[in-house]
Every structure is written in C-alpha cells, then in structure tokens.
Design a protein. Structure first.
Length: 373
C-alpha cells in the first residue's frame, strides 16, 4: 500500500510539473483586431465566421440558414515572423462524414505567401487534435525564404462543413502577428451546391473555390449550400446586394430532377440585374456521375439542356454580360470523384483549373467587370 501511495504521489508530481510548464504560445483572438474576416460578402460578417447576415434569418429557408453558419470559403489573413504557429478553435457540429474526413469537414489549412509572391503550403504537425470542444493544429519549424525574407502573409482557411464558435491563433513570445482586413473589393460570388461548399476536399485549401481565390488572388464569396443550391429568390436577393465583379450560378447538381430550370435561371438573372450589371456565368452540371458505365446515370444531361436553353433565351433577349460554361470545360475526370456525386482533391483541381480559365476569359471579354485583386 505504501509503495502504491508513493507511486501515486510521484505521478501527481509529474502531472503538476507538466501543468506548471509555461504555454509555448501567446494566443490572439483575431476579432480583437477588428473586422478582419475574409471571404464574406457583407461588411457586418467581417466580425464573425458565418456566410449570411443576420437579416437573412427567417427569410431564407431554415436549412439554408443553418448551412450558412458553416465557414466554407471563410479565411483569416495575417502577417507573422513566427517559426511556429498554432491554431485552436471550437466547433458546433460533428467532426466528419462517411465520405469526407475530419480534416476537410472540420480542419483548417494554412498557406503562406512570401515577399516575392511565392505560394507555400504549410503542413501541420500530426496527430492534430480534432475535437468538438477544442480543436488544435500546430505548424512548426517554419523557415523564411528567399534570403532576407523575415515574414510571410499567411492565409488560414477555416472548416468547410462545420460552424466555428471561436478561434485563436498562437505564436511564440517575441514573435509578431498582425491580422489584415480585407481590402479587395468586388468579389466573385458563387451560388452553388455541396460541391461549391467544398465536398469532398480532404482539407479546406483544396476546395475549388479556395484554389481559385488563392491562385487568381481574387476575393471569393462561397455561397454553396449542401443539397440546397436551388436558386432560391431569397438567396438571390441577398446576393444582389453584393457589389460583385462576377456572379457564378453553379446550381445544376441540385436541380438534376427539376423540369423548370430555365425559368428559375431567367428569374435569377432578373433578380441579380436589378442591382448589378456585372457578368453572370451560367454553369452546367460537371458530369462524371458514373455515366460511362451506366446510361441511366447520364440524367444530368437533361438538366444541362435546360441550362443551355436559358442561356440562348437570354442571348436572344439581348441580355448583356451573360456567359456560359459547359461540363466539358469543367473537365471533371471519372477518377476525380468520391462516390459519383462529389469530387475528391483530384477532381477539385480540375474544377478549379476550368473555372480559372473561364474567369480569365470573362475578364478579357467583359466591359463591366470590376476586378480588384
């Protein structure tokens, strides 16, 4: 018994000593620096981690409102000279899904841009602690290049399919960190489905919308609502309040069984045009849902025929600045799918490349687009 008591006392002493060790990081709440949240379409959202403003509550459908609490496309940007960076945050929902890992649904992703524009992915240390109460990532051993570079501009992408309750970024004592407000205006606003929201990227930076934002250096607002990108007039009216450079309507995957896609798209264009004359891009269903081995799964082509009909109707009306993207231009390969519905990381890269090419084509052709990067 005495030996057991001595052993217990020794263990308690070790635990006490560990707890007494100083925390290696100095923690900073980004929101204490002001309205610094990036990737949102309304000014009031720059002080939070959600995607629709409070005025939408009770106006949009409840499921859309709930999905808008997810942080897809939302990011923080900061400058730092730290050799180690940590992130800790609280979540409100489940950590993973059957077809999407915790690192994509609930994780964060860090990229760094150096003084000469070089883009660097910062890999986290693992195992990371992904939990609903406090999730924690550590990025250690960061070095600064080229020679003479002392800081990076970091882009921290937040979870794609989870709601962030709070977040803190930690750096060692003596290291600098400064959160940067969004100064770019006229975002690309994307209204879409679960694919737009980010399913099923393995980490947030691999969602096609985040790739486009990062590589084209354009502000992007992600309004992808899983299973609910159906051209709701209430969502479109909110979108029309954003002074966008380009609207992308990528809702076909949630409308494949609908027979009224053309009138929905025509009404969507009308609503957006009430406030904004910027380009509008209509997008076909990306395809590759298994149709190569099953003709029955080529039903998406019926939806695409309706999208194309809407485009030609708008052309015949003389509606300016309407652009079109085919599923061939999206180029989604059959190896780029998870389960015949959502792209994996490989598929996300194809989608991003297709959209980047199309956005640049619109940029060269448009007479009204306001590009500010």
């Amino acid at each position: 018994m005495k030996k057991k008591l001595l052993l217990l006392a020794a263990l308690l002493a070790v635990v006490s000593a560990l707890r007494a060790q100083p925390e290696p990081f100095r923690w900073v709440d980004p929101l204490e620096a002001g309205p610094v949240v990036h990737g949102v379409g309304w000014e009031e959202l720059r002080s939070g981690y959600v995607r629709l403003p409070e005025c939408a509550h009770g106006v949009v459908r409840e499921i859309v409102w709930n999905l808008s609490r997810n942080a897809a496309g939302v990011s923080l940007v900061f400058e730092s000279d730290a050799s180690d960076i940590a992130v800790r945050y609280g979540l409100k929902e489940g950590l993973n899904m059957f077809h999407m890992p915790s690192t994509g649904r609930s994780g964060v992703d860090l990229y760094a841009r150096d003084a000469v524009g070089g883009l660097r992915w910062v890999a986290p240390d693992f195992p990371a602690s992904i939990r609903s109460d406090t999730t924690r990532y550590v990025f250690s051993g960061i070095s600064y290049r080229p020679e003479g570079v002392r800081t990076y501009e970091y882009h921290l992408y937040l979870p794609l399919y989870n709601t962030v309750d709070w977040i803190q970024v930690g750096v060692p004592e003596g290291a600098q960190i400064r959160f940067l407000p969004e100064t770019r205006r006229h975002p690309v606003v994307i209204y879409g489905t679960s694919i737009t929201q980010g399913a099923c990227a393995s980490r947030p930076g691999n969602a096609w919308t985040n790739i486009v934002e990062r590589e084209l250096k354009l502000p992007v607002v992600n309004l992808g609502f899983s299973g609910n990108g159906v051209l709701d007039p209430e969502v479109l009216s909110l979108m029309a309040r954003i002074d966008a450079s380009l609207y992308i309507l990528d809702t076909s995957p949630n409308l494949t069984r609908a027979t009224d896609i053309e009138p929905r798209l025509l009404e969507a264009v009308r609503i957006l045009r009430e406030k904004n004359d910027c380009p509008i891009l209509l997008v076909e269903h990306s395809g590759n849902v298994g149709e190569s081995a099953s003709e029955a799964k080529a039903f998406f082509r019926q939806a695409n025929a309706q999208v194309l009909s809407a485009y030609w109707t708008l052309q015949q009306r003389g509606e300016p600045e309407i652009y079109y993207m085919t599923h061939e231009e999206l180029g989604l390969p059959m190896d780029g799918m998870i389960e015949g519905v959502h792209p994996n990381d490989y598929g996300m890269r194809f989608l991003a490349s297709g959209f980047e090419k199309k956005i640049m084509e619109i940029w060269r052709a448009s007479k009204t687009a306001r590009w500010d990067n």
